[in-house]
Ligand binder design. Structure first.
Ligand SMILES: Cc1cc2nc3c(=O)[nH]c(=O)nc-3n(C[C@H](O)[C@H](O)[C@H](O)COP(=O)(O)OP(=O)(O)OC[C@H]3O[C@@H](n4cnc5c(N)ncnc54)[C@H](O)[C@@H]3O)c2cc1C
Length: 330
């Protein structure tokens, strides 16, 4: 194993959105930073590629709220540094059966954190969104201020550029195969598949769906994590209605509680198409993926028909993109 001779304050393993933003933050603080990625930078085999992600403050889990509010500031700061946009403002609309414990927790958290919000019944939903959304008679809707869309591939590229500008060293096609404590001088030794051994004071591991694999190799621990392959679907908005569902109109990012959990974003990346997807998928090995078919379309089609009342064509998605989640199955 060849000792690279280089020494770093921080070695970040994995250059998805988490690792790339970490490398930017540590480099910005004057830490000598190395970012290592196993594949090409901006590859499409992990979780951070694509054109849109929802950002919202209305989670059922209480702990997200302060993190999300802080992150809005950090997104703005990063955008100001780079000089282009990755965040597009929108409101958030959550909906679901009135006894759904996750939707009720969303309402509780809105109240607890004084998030400006409205709890709406069916007729109020139809009125608020001028008929662009409908919900079943007994459902509730929660309209709130803090939603929006982030552009993931563009954001990863932004963080890598900013990290580089702040002096970080970025290396792709560098698979980390082991991480060991340096028993002699402290810190850690990071070993790569192409035979390098690199020393760092600290190592941050942000390897997404590969975490279970890497942790098992490093110390034999079996983490209860479940990588899943999922499908993002885009649907055609019927002619003449496109502008009403576009970002920048008052159409929100949205989440629909119950089974299945469905989410979506206003039309942005592909004009005339709207992203509506099921949160879920098929368990997978990140290195031996099925590459489809992903989630079943029947429930999604029904949901689109019911919520958009024929304004969005529910016969079939016009575009699909595969992606990976990893769940904490503990
Ligand atoms: C379809 C879909 C929709 C989503 N929607 C939302 C949403 O609306 N809102 C939201 O907040 N989140 C959403 N997410 C989740 C969000 O995208 C992920 O949480 C985020 O991208 C995870 O980033 P990451 O950096 O942790 O993982 P990744 O992007 O997977 O990055 C990990 C990186 O580590 C690299 N790596 C792995 N092992 C090694 C190794 N041994 N050595 C070197 N490099 C290694 C990988 O190649 C990869 O590049 C969605 C995810 C998907 C798939």
């Amino acid at each position: 194993m060849e000792d690279s001779g280089d020494q770093f304050d921080v070695i970040v393993v994995g250059a998805g959105v988490m690792g790339s933003s970490t490398a930017y933050q540590t480099a910005k603080r004057g830490q000598k930073t190395l970012l290592l990625e196993q594949f090409d930078f901006l590859h499409h085999r992990g979780s951070s590629h694509g054109e849109s992600r929802t950002i919202r403050a209305t989670y059922p889990e209480d702990y997200y709220y302060p993190l999300v509010i802080e992150s809005y500031k950090l997104w703005e700061q990063a955008e100001a540094q780079i000089g282009y946009k990755v965040y597009f403002k929108a409101h958030q609309f959550d909906m679901g059966p009135p006894d759904d414990k996750f939707l009720l927790a969303v309402i509780t958290n809105c109240r607890k954190h004084s998030i400006p919000h409205e709890v709406l019944n069916r007729s109020q939903v139809i009125e608020k969104f001028s008929g662009r959304f409908d919900i079943p008679e007994n459902w509730l809707g929660v309209s709130s201020e803090f939603g929006g869309v982030l552009k993931p591939t563009k954001a990863v590229s932004m963080f890598q550029t900013l990290a580089f500008q702040k002096g970080a060293i970025l290396k792709d096609n560098m698979e980390v195969i082991d991480i060991k404590k340096d028993e002699i001088k402290g810190g850690v030794l990071v070993f790569t598949a192409n035979g390098e051994k690199i020393w760092g004071k600290k190592c941050v591991v942000t390897v997404g769906a590969w975490l279970k694999k890497l942790v098992k190799t490093v110390n034999g621990l079996e983490l209860p994590m479940l990588p899943m392959e999922t499908n993002v679907c885009y649907w055609r908005i019927k002619e003449g209605h496109e502008a009403k569902y576009a970002i920048g109109s008052d159409f929100p990012t949205f989440a629909s509680y119950g089974d299945p959990f469905i989410y979506g974003t206003p039309s942005l990346e592909y004009p005339g198409l709207i992203k509506v997807a099921v949160h879920g998928g098929d368990p997978c090995d990140p290195d031996k993926r099925a590459w489809g078919p992903g989630v079943s379309m029947d429930e999604l089609k029904q949901w689109i028909e019911g919520r958009f009342k024929g304004i969005v064509d529910s016969s079939a998605p016009v575009a699909k993109q595969l992606c990976m989640y990893s769940y904490d199955a503990g």
